[in-house]
Design a protein around this ligand. Sequence first.
Ligand SMILES: *Cc1c(COP(=O)(O)O)cnc(C)c1O
Length: 438
Amino acid sequence: MQKKYFLPEADIPRNFYNIIADLPFAPDPPLHPATRQPVTPEDMSPLFPMNLIEQEMSGQGEIPIPDEVREAYAVYRPTPLIRAARLEKALNTPARIYYKYEGVSPTGSHKPNTAIAQAYYNKISGVKKLITETGAGQWGSSLAYACQMFKLECTVYMVKVSFQQKPYRKTMMNLFGAEIYPSPSTRTRSGRAILENDPDCPGSLGIAISEAIEEAVQNEATKYSLGSVLNHVLLHQTVIGQEAKAQMEQAGVFPDVVIGCHGGGSNFAGLAFPFLRDKIHGREVDVVAAEPLSCPTLTRGKMEYDFGDSAGFTPLMNMYTLGHNFIPPTIHAGGLRYHGAAPLVSALLQHGLIRAQAFRQKDIFAGSTLFAQTEGIIPAPESAHAVHAAIAEAENAREAGQEKTILFNLSGHGLLDLSAYEAYLNGQLQDETMKETA
Ligand SMILES: *Cc1c(COP(=O)(O)O)cnc(C)c1O
């Protein structure tokens, strides 16, 4: 018997899709913090290999995916596109809900899509070791896996609160051969400076990035690797949306609404950019980024040049930001605790091509519990924001009696986040909202 609600498979894409080629405006360049001039490839070369810097700055619409990368993708790609028929029924909605499920990857999220590509491009450049940061551990475990595939060493600075909340992610990284340190740590100057001020600091992605960069630039054969935000990361993730579009085409459907959760912007962009290409060329589609109310970068941040990390090591990027010193409350969706947003996603929001919505932690867990009970997949707390936004759209469609087609990215599963679900079931979830600063 066929899997009734699975859409037909698509080929693994042959190119990454670069939205910059189709944008109706020129994106603002990253600036050197000292000179405030656009950064040059040489400025970035201590951090990244030249082939990735070229992708970061490229305006070419299609960038071929190397065979070695497609082969590594073939372990889990193409990923399934599934109609959430049982969820639709539970919601009694006339809307059709589809989700692209990235949780089938070896680490349970979309992050290996870029980790594999980055490990490959570093490997062929002669790099020996990658250093990175991780929030909830999804990125660290994905880079650890990719480094193991391409025989690179890997060091990960993990945000301290997640290090304590998610011990199994640490095990996973160790299993894939990585070294892990809770951040802020005493290994770096930036970590020590934070600890002097606040010995109990729970950490943040911004701090962990500073630590990773500080270590990475000390040696020629070590490079830094970032799991979101940058153009080349978003580029690699477009395999998601390209597959989804081909799968929906085969089934004769096109979405009215496309939804992704938003931390730094990579899974959102990965699904949405190939559809935004159609939107830019005149096809109607509503594109929504879903974020937590406790770290509301897109809905309450300011569009301005800011650093990507807390110590100010990164170039200045024009993006929606809550300020690079913002330390978000310790919600369970650790991957959404980032003060900034991808400059490309920010520019699309500023130009009205996408919109953003923020949700409360308790509400998103209610939505993802209903999803688990109907679809049988337990969403990652991050992905639960997209689930919740999709449910809200489906409920609106019911009220309006509209036959909408909704597509969302189920960016990962929550099987290593069960402590968060336990807290929800026991009524112990804090409903943290952003601390007001004067
Ligand atoms: C890391 C992560 C996110 C958030 O990162 P983006 O770059 O915004 O995609 C979302 N979902 C899952 C499952 C993650 O691991």
